[in-house]
Structure formats: C-alpha cells, structure tokens
Design a protein around this ligand. Structure first.
Ligand SMILES: *Cc1c(COP(=O)(O)O)cnc(C)c1O
Length: 406
C-alpha cells in the first residue's frame, strides 16, 4: 500500500495534538522543519511572556525583581519540570547553566559518592560533550575511563555493560536516547544493573526529555541532566536542568561552589557552607529570561500530556519510516533507527554516503533536516509542532529532487 498526501491529511485530522501547532510561530517557510530535536520552534506564549518579563519585571522592577520573583526560579521551575516531565518529586531538580556545565558538576558529584572506586564507564557512541568531560574529569581526579564500544545502532546493551561493571566502577554516564541513531535505552533496567554493581549512574536526557515518558524517582536514578532547547522548546541557549536524587543530597559536593550554592547567599560569609537543598548544585546568577522560557515550554507539555506526546511521536516516526521504505529497498536499509517502538526515541536517522549533499539540497528547497557527520541525516519530529502533512511535504520534495533512491 502506497502512502499518499491523503493519508497524511487523515492522520492530521485524527491527531489530538494537531491544535498545538497554532501555539507556535509558524511561517510559510520552511516547508518542513524536521529539526525540532536540535532547536524546538518558538511558542507564541514564550514570546509574549518574555516581552512581559522584559518590560515589566526587568524594565519596571529592576533589582527588586530578584527578591520579588527571580531568586527562586531555578527551583520553582525545576520542580515543575520534575513533576510534568521527569517523574521527579519536588526538591531534586534545578534549572541552571548548560548541559555541559551540569554534566561537569554531576560527574564530579557522582565520583565523590564512590571514593574508593577508580573507574568511570562511558560508551563511544555517547555525545561528544559527555565523552570529553569524562576524559578531563577522570584526568583531574586520577580516575580511569573504561570505554565501552557498542555496535552503532544496538547502543548499550545489558550484556555489553556487564563486561565493564565491577568492583572498581564508580560512575556510569549514559544517554537515554542516542543522539544519532535515536535508539532508546531501558533507563530503569540499566539503572538497576549499575546499582547492582555498587556504582551510580548519570543519565543524559537531552534527546528524551519532553518526548519520551521518564520516571526518575521510580527508576531510582541517581543523577540526570538535559537540555531545554530541544523538545522543551525553550530557545537557543536556554538553561539546562540537573536532577539529584533526594537520598544523595546530604552527601554530594560539587566543584563550582559559587555564591548561589551557599547556605545563605546573602550572608556573604567568609567561609563557604553549601546549601542543604538542591540549591547546593547552583553556581552563579540565574538566567532569568531563559528559565522563564523553560517554564512556558513545560506548560505546553503539561497541557498536551506526555503520554499523548509519546503516542504521536511513535505515529510520526512510523509514518516517516514508512515513507522512506516506500522509496525503495536501498532506502529501507538506510534507516538506522530501531523499528521496534520499545527501542525508539523521537527521531529517525538515515545513513547514506551522500548525506551532506542531500541535506544541502533539501535545505535549498525549504526542507530542514539535520546533518550529522559523516553520513547521517536526522529527521527530528517534534510532536507538538510537526504535522504528518509536513513529513509528507518533505517526502514529496525529496522525490522531486530525485533523492528517492538514496
Ligand atoms: C544537545 C546535547 C547536548 C548539548 O549540551 P550543551 O551543553 O547544551 O551544548 C549534550 N548532550 C547530548 C546527548 C545532547 O544531545
């Protein structure tokens, strides 16, 4: 059965989340935006809220804004994110800094919980920032990096991880969804496996937060981090989040002990005493405009519901994969993202030697995918903003350009 534009229209009409597209800034161009997993679209409410905060809070209240509203934003919005998206009870999540900086803090904190152990485990398919940070932190703290080398699409399996875990393992750093292949890991099972070895885990949720249901408390996760400008639509450079399980809060220390992490930041004390709450993970002055944008992104997710978002994400990726298959056997084989729903995150990746050239030609025709070195095209389908019609439009354009048989 060949899929047509009619099928896309039928799917759009039946889509309970279709109305959310109106909540975002949508122009006539691009024709298809398939990069919402790198930078989400701009919610109209975010633009309005930022204008309001700029005019009235910053413009009007000036320094008084801190006491009146802003000082608690990292924890207030952190708690909202925890409740809506992370399955995290209050008091364990803050919004601050970037994913990279937060990884730095959390990996240090995690090492500190296992002082007698010498190894940090990370896989070669993990995102560069995670791997580079693990290397430099290991060097600084005289730990050894144990690199595991998963088969590309298979990602980290229980069997492979087991070969790396042992009495020396202090920390394991993993991404829940592989940023390239889109492979989804079983967060709860792997967390239990790491704990069985006596180690702690730091999860990078950048490619799962806001698109995949996450239950950090229920899974017993130790630490988690992720960005807010992808499926949370908080805008370029919006601050990231950090989760520290409540049971660890009393014991963790972190390396960027700025004044915002102090027990009483306005005491300006001579000696440093860390906060006892999750605020101990903060470092410096909060990015107010960024956190406000995160807050608006969370509101949209809360309104749509993460279960409905996941259902649409699977339907969109199924549709995308079926369209690629429809292009022929070569195209079928080029899809590297798992076809099994249980193992699939929110994007679809195609592997072809001509990926760079194809991406450039699609971009020139108003289709925005994402090129990943050296031979991958990522198609990021963001459930609140991507329509089935948009996915079909990209397929039509690709066919017209003769990209059918990749
Ligand atoms: C996007 C992404 C990051 C980005 O980190 P920044 O500090 O925001 O640049 C980190 N890790 C993963 C897995 C990502 O997908």
């Amino acid at each position: 059965m060949t899929l047509t534009n009619q099928d896309a229209a039928t799917l759009d009409r039946a889509d309970p989340l279709a109305r959310f597209r109106d909540r975002f800034v949508m122009g006539a161009e691009p024709l298809a935006y398939l990069d919402g997993n790198s930078l989400g679209r701009l919610p109209k409410a975010t633009a309005a809220r930022l204008r309001d905060v700029i005019d009235h809070e910053w413009g009007g209240r000036l320094i008084r804004g801190w006491e009146e509203k802003w000082l608690d934003l990292p924890t207030v919005v952190g708690d909202r994110l925890g409740a809506v998206v992370l399955g995290a009870g209050a008091g364990q999540t803050v919004i601050a800094d970037s994913t990279s900086v937060n990884l730095y803090k959390l990996i240090h904190a995690a090492i500190g919980l296992r002082p007698g152990r010498t190894e940090i485990v990370i896989d070669d398919t993990n995102f560069p920032t995670d791997r580079y940070l693990v290397e430099s932190i290991a060097a600084a703290r005289t730990r050894t990096v144990r690199r595991i080398r998963p088969a590309f699409v298979e990602s980290v399996t229980a069997e492979l991880l087991e070969t790396a875990l042992g009495p020396d393992t202090a920390v394991v750093v993993l991404s829940q969804v592989d940023y390239r292949s889109g492979t989804l890991l079983d967060l709860a099972a792997i967390t239990a496996q790491v704990h069985a070895a006596g180690a702690v885990v730091v999860w990078d949720l950048c490619h799962s937060v806001g698109v995949v249901p996450i239950e950090l408390d229920a899974a017993g996760v130790d630490f988690a981090v992720g960005c807010t400008y992808k499926y949370l639509n908080a805008g370029p450079g919006a601050p990231a989040f950090m989760y520290v399980a409540e049971r660890h809060l009393a014991d963790v220390t972190q390396p960027i002990t700025g004044w915002w992490s102090a027990e009483d930041m306005f005491a300006m004390a001579t000696e440093y005493a860390p906060a006892t709450s999750i605020r101990k993970m903060l470092s410096g002055t909060a990015n107010v405009l960024g956190i406000v944008a995160v807050d608006e992104g969370i509101k949209l997710i809360a309104e749509a519901g993460i279960a409905a978002i996941r259902a649409k994400s699977l339907a969109l990726t199924d549709f995308q994969i079926a369209l690629i298959d429809q292009c022929g056997p070569v195209s079928h084989e080029s899809v590297v993202t798992p076809r099994n729903h249980v193992r699939r995150g929110g994007h679809v990746t195609v592997r072809t030697p001509k990926a760079r050239d194809i991406t450039a030609r699609l971009m020139a025709h108003g289709i925005i995918p994402d090129f990943r070195n050296p031979d991958m095209i990522r198609l990021g389908l963001s459930p609140l903003t991507t329509s089935f019609g948009e996915v079909f439009a990209a397929y039509t354009a690709a066919n017209a350009l003769g990209l059918g048989d990749l």
